[in-house]
Design a protein around this ligand. Structure first.
Ligand code: IPM
Ligand code: MG
Length: 372
């Protein structure tokens, strides 16, 4: 029996292309693993009205972790129109499978490293080396939303905040409400993960990003909790910033930030911005981690127009594979893989179009395989 069982979830679009690349390096490294395919993605939404079939999550429960490619997602009306005719108007509602996986498997911590590899012509600044910890299950991703607004919700809001009364004139049907629910436990967990990481890797500061001057309760809870946690790590500074200012500072002097921690939506925004500092989404890897399960995914989307063309940069997926190896405890393999990726970038061995090259995803991967 293989040492590891890994759920293999290519998804759709370029998800398939980059997963093929991941497999090439895993095979070269000879990871002792069994890869179990799982149906997931747009194709299953269109055909079954379910982008994340139950059979897939059942299968995942018998694996150590999952590697995920990419999935097309669309707002609810567009998604409904894509269903096959027999399923139209039957009440199927599209929800992003990756967001659901994070919820179902309680993958509370999203780790997103953004490191400028030497020699990458797309680096914004060569010194950037930021690690983002994004809370992954709460905040605006909790799925508690209303439209039209139920009367009971309106009444409750009105009671606690009499100014809501002025919304009465709009009518319940004309009010939409998305909630941002945060817990002390959620904040404490993500900030603790960030500090633990800083301690383990010798980083000197952790920056907590929110907007407590406006979001006084949720933002306030995050900042207050961060201050409590920080007391346990006397050698590491806690920096507190607002999301808007942090976006500006990431552009102004990104090299001074080491570990950055934020709630879900702010972490989502910051991680795209930080990815662009080190070459864009072609370089952005991520790990969705719970207490004993994890789903690894490149931060990029499915880019349907490039599907099957092996055009996109596989680096994000290969770095994601490195994160999976680390999580499995195969740190030797992870280090070798990262060095090989770094060498291919530095030596300009093979480059996809985003880097000004004309190589395919497979050729770039082949160069990494040769380095290995
Ligand atoms: C990400 C993506 C997802 C998110 C989308 C695809 C739902 O942007 O992983 O950052 O918003 O979390
Ligand atoms: Mg995002």
């Amino acid at each position: 029996m293989a040492k590891y069982r890994i759920a293999w979830l290519p998804g759709d679009g370029v998800g398939n292309d980059v997963m093929e690349c991941a497999r090439l390096v895993l095979d070269k490294l000879a990871l002792d693993a069994e890869y179990i395919h799982g149906d997931i993605g747009w194709e299953f939404w269109k055909a079954e009205g379910e982008a994340l079939p139950q059979r897939t999550t059942d299968m995942m429960k018998n694996t150590d972790c999952a590697l995920f490619g990419a999935i097309t997602s669309m707002p609810k009306e567009e998604a409904a129109k894509a269903l096959k005719p027999e399923l139209q108007d039957k009440g199927f509602v599209y929800f992003s499978p990756i967001v659901r996986l994070r919820q179902q498997f309680n993958l509370h911590t999203n780790l997103r490293p953004c490191k400028a590899y030497p020699g990458n012509p797309l680096n914004y600044k060569d010194e950037v080396d930021i690690v983002i910890f994004r809370e992954n299950t709460e905040g605006m991703y909790g799925g508690v939303e209303f439209h039209p607004l139920p009367q009971a919700v309106f009444d409750a809001l009105n009671e606690n905040h009499p100014k809501m009364g002025k919304f009465e004139k709009f009518g319940l049907d004309n009010i939409a409400l998305s909630t941002r629910i945060m817990t002390r436990q959620g904040c404490e967990n993500i900030v603790t993960q960030a500090f633990e990481y800083a301690r383990k890797f010798g980083r000197k500061s952790v920056t907590v990003v929110d907007k407590p001057n406006v979001l006084r309760e949720t933002g306030g809870l995050m900042i207050r909790t961060a201050r409590e946690v920080a007391k346990k790590y006397p050698g590491i500074d806690l920096w507190e910033t607002n999301i808007d200012a942090q976006c500006m500072w990431f552009v102004k002097n990104p090299e001074i930030y080491e570990v950055v921690v934020a709630e879900n939506m702010f972490g989502d925004i910051l991680s795209d911005l930080a990815a662009q500092l080190v070459g864009g989404l072609g370089f952005a890897s991520s790990a969705n981690m719970g207490d004993d399960y994890a789903v690894f995914e490149p931060t990029h989307g499915s880019a349907p127009k490039y599907a099957g063309q092996y055009k996109v940069n596989p680096t994000a997926m290969l770095l994601t594979t490195k994160m999976m190896l680390d999580w499995l405890g195969e740190t030797g393999m992870a280090d070798r893989l990262e060095s090989a990726i770094g060498a291919v970038i530095a030596e300009a061995r093979a480059r996809t179009y985003d880097m000004g090259g004309s190589n395919t995803s497979l050729e770039v991967t082949q160069a990494v395989v040769e380095k290995l």
